[in-house]
Design a binder for this molecule. Structure first.
Ligand SMILES: Cc1cc2nc3c(=O)[nH]c(=O)nc-3n(C[C@H](O)[C@H](O)[C@H](O)COP(=O)(O)OP(=O)(O)OC[C@H]3O[C@@H](n4cnc5c(N)ncnc54)[C@H](O)[C@@H]3O)c2cc1C
Length: 340
């Protein structure tokens, strides 16, 4: 079978590409790796969960059409239903492991699970992964008090506790606001640098962080160790002078940035030093004329956070997925590709 479009990634950009692609074309496939759970014995399981980073958001307040806000999980579940209803074939959990340009101009996507999908065009929308906090005890206590991103549980169910949030950008700010709704919780925000949080966080979040009575911002502190008997109990902090201190903590939510998931792509897909994919105007002329959002490989487009210079927002990913489909139509009209 020859697909018209294969999309890698089922976050906001990939789901938007699927909705826009499948509303106008047959044979649109979306490949999503799903949610990874690591168990205490070291084994790993992937479940069918789409939505990308957005499902880690407890309350999305800046996405059009939801005046009271919406959880990321709800928004993405609606988008998945919409993509399916319009005819997108979704395979999940499956991990794209290679992308090859074939002689006839079609592309071959292979998955780790043994799938092979031949397609006329590809949209790469496989986003970012959280940067890991490299300190003793973090790995061992993962999902036992330590986690990347915000807890999806109701914060009131966490009871009387101390929650530390590492990071000072917008995703941390949202988590702080969500967690601080629990008036019995103390929320301590640990920021490594000494620059005020205003330098990284949107003003609406900064104002709420400062106004919340149970939130304390601790500037100039890094987490250098996590410890506890079966679950997180204590963090060792280091200040900018190198002085260490202990802080009792029940939960640690880590938001220290992210990196593009591009390790599986061949160097034919040009990217910058940090791994972000360059398209059209960001590519030098040796790659020939390019359509908007087209990568260095003809007929392969990129959308969302993975794109060099992208705005790391749901609306931007949704817009990027949609506009990549517009370029795809021009590509399919102009490229001389086989029909089967
Ligand atoms: C906690 C948190 C809260 C946020 N809150 C907001 C908010 O309120 N408002 C806002 O505008 N933005 C928010 N953001 C940012 C927003 O979620 C991202 O900008 C957006 O999700 C990017 O979408 P994307 O589709 O480009 O990538 P992603 O969301 O990263 O999705 C990429 C998808 O690709 C999949 N994938 C990766 N590699 C492969 C592979 N090899 N094979 C198959 N699948 C693969 C991943 O599993 C993932 O599902 C938040 C981010 C976080 C982390």
């Amino acid at each position: 079978m020859l697909y018209n479009l294969v999309i890698i990634g089922g976050g906001p950009a990939g789901l938007s590409a699927a909705i826009n692609g499948a509303s106008e074309l047959d044979n649109v496939l979306l490949i999503e790796s799903g949610r990874k759970t690591r168990f205490t014995d070291g084994s790993v399981k992937y479940e069918r969960v789409l939505g990308g980073q957005a499902i880690g958001s407890a309350a999305i307040e800046n996405y059009l059409g939801f005046p009271e806000g919406i959880t990321g999980a709800q928004l993405m579940s609606l988008a998945e239903k919409q993509a399916s209803r319009l005819g997108t074939e979704i395979v999940c959990p499956k991990h794209a492991k290679s992308l090859e340009l074939l002689r006839d101009g079609t592309k071959l996507v292979r998955t780790k699970e043994g799938g092979e999908y031949r397609t006329k065009a590809v949209i790469l929308a496989n986003g970012l992964s959280y940067r890991k906090l490299d300190a003793p005890g973090i790995k061992e206590l993962l999902n036992r008090g330590v986690q990347y991103g915000a807890p999806t549980t109701n914060p009131h169910q966490m009871g009387k506790c101390t929650i530390c949030v590492v990071g000072g950008a917008n995703s941390a700010g949202q988590a702080i606001m969500h967690l601080s709704q629990n008036e019995d919780a103390k929320v301590k925000v640990l920021i490594r640098g000494t620059k005020p949080i205003e330098s990284q966080m949107s003003k609406y979040l900064v104002d709420r962080v400062h106004a919340a009575p149970n939130v304390e911002v601790m500037q100039g502190f890094s987490v250098v160790e996590a410890s506890g008997n079966g679950k997180l109990e204590c963090l060792t902090l280091e200040d900018v002078q190198g002085t260490r201190s202990a802080l009792k903590a029940d939960h640690l939510c880590i938001f220290i940035g992210a990196q593009p998931k591009v390790e599986w792509l061949s160097p034919e897909i040009v990217r910058d030093q940090r791994g972000f994919i360059g398209t059209d105007v960001a590519l030098d002329t040796s790659h020939g004329p390019k359509l908007p959002q087209e990568t260095s490989m003809s007929g392969v487009f990129a959308a969302g956070d993975i794109l060099l210079g992208s705005t790391k927002r749901i609306a931007a990913g949704v817009g990027g997925g949609s506009s990549a489909v517009q370029s795809l139509h021009r590509y399919l009209a102009e490229a001389k590709l086989p029909c089967s």
